[in-house]
Ligand binder design. Structure first.
Ligand code: DNO
Length: 350
């Protein structure tokens, strides 16, 4: 296992040298933030980023993420050019020895929450999702300040996109994903890159947009579309765990044994309703995810990929990027590392 930490590049208020001080963190998860969606990620830009990371004694281990152009998700005729560009970005990252790529296939919105600063009983602030609240948001009329959007759309752009998706149901989205994978995965395989799709977060349809990477059956179907070690999953405990019907431990064992988990996000959540939850500190006792069993399953299945602590609370007065402050993610990271050492040594009888 390689312990990694997400860094948002030069605009991240957390300097790499602080990340380097977190015990056991050796890898960085990062991305280019100044490339238009759909364009090729150049080797030059990636090389610069890699140099910055390496200058601090860290490794550029994972790209999270190269966003997928909406035309690909919509299956428009223009998709082929964007897919070619995507393939070139994969070749470019591989040429620099960056071997893991996380991405998602969620229409229009990436991870979505209804509140970024929910105060919980310990006085810290966390991200939360309330389905009733979400249902009351009318995207056509409402404000565009809903948290968690990776892309900020102008009103007209958003309206056009929502219209474009009006005849895209789950079946069509699956077939557009399949079209993408059949062209991209052979290139990833040839280049020695492992791709890991991020589950939809939350794992159910929002705003009448289809979402498909939502449960065990979906993951099972997904890995079969292209049977390649490069066609894998970013196993995000918080996203998948939001759906209580998913057996996380069984899934780690199943997809881990198939060597289809190159990357894992560890985060804990507490359910507050059937489709509602808020995030909590990483340890098992604070949420509904048994982190001890999660880590044990990863160890038992021989996981050798990258792990990163996912979203943390805002604690100790920190002001930062929602979910991505330094302190609580650092605590999460050392907790996961501690579990790992303890369980691994116990299993080996040392
Ligand atoms: C949220 C992240 C996601 C993730 C993308 C991957 O905190 O886990 O935004 O990076 O879905 O493409």
């Amino acid at each position: 296992m390689e312990m990694t930490f997400r860094w948002y590049g030069d605009n991240d208020p957390i300097p790499l040298k602080y990340i380097k001080q977190i015990p056991r963190v050796t890898g960085i998860v990062s991305a280019l933030y100044d490339v238009n969606i759909g364009d090729v990620w150049s080797t030059e830009k990636l090389k610069l980023l890699k140099r910055k990371i390496e200058a601090e004694g860290l490794k550029f281990s994972v790209i999270e993420s190269i966003p997928i152009h909406e035309d690909i998700k919509l299956g428009l005729p223009t998709r082929d050019e964007f897919i070619d560009n995507y393939c070139q970005s994969i070749r470019n990252m591989a040429s620099l020895g960056i071997r893991v790529l996380c991405y998602n296939f969620m229409p229009v919105f990436d991870w979505t929450r209804t509140e970024l600063n929910l105060e919980i009983s310990d006085g810290s602030n966390v991200l939360s999702y309330d389905h009733e609240q979400l249902k009351n948001i009318n995207l056509r009329e409402g404000t565009l300040e809903l948290p968690g959007w990776a892309t900020q759309y102008k009103k007209k752009e958003l309206d056009d996109l929502l219209d474009a998706y009006s005849d895209t149901d789950e079946k069509k989205l699956w077939s557009n994903l399949e079209y993408f994978l059949k062209q991209v995965i052979p290139v990833a395989e040839e280049s020695g890159v492992k791709m890991g799709i991020h589950p939809d977060d939350p794992p159910w349809p929002i705003f009448n947009l289809p979402r498909i990477i939502t449960d065990e059956a979906a993951l099972e179907h997904f890995v079969k579309i292209v049977d390649s070690p490069s066609n894998g999953i970013t196993f995000c405990t918080g996203s998948l765990g939001a759906n209580p019907k998913i057996d996380l431990i069984k899934s780690i064992r199943k997809f881990g044994a198939m060597e289809r988990i190159p990357f894992a996000h560890c985060r804990n959540i507490k359910h507050t309703g059937e489709y509602s939850f808020h995030e909590v500190e990483h340890p098992t006792e604070f949420g509904d995810i048994n982190m001890y069993e999660v880590i044990k399953a990863f160890i038992e299945v021989g996981f050798t990929g990258a792990i990163r602590p996912d979203h943390g609370r805002m604690i100790w007065g920190e002001k930062g990027r929602p979910g991505y402050g330094l302190y609580d993610r650092a605590l999460g990271s050392i907790y996961i590392s501690g579990l790992w050492e303890g369980i691994e040594k116990t299993l080996k009888g040392k």
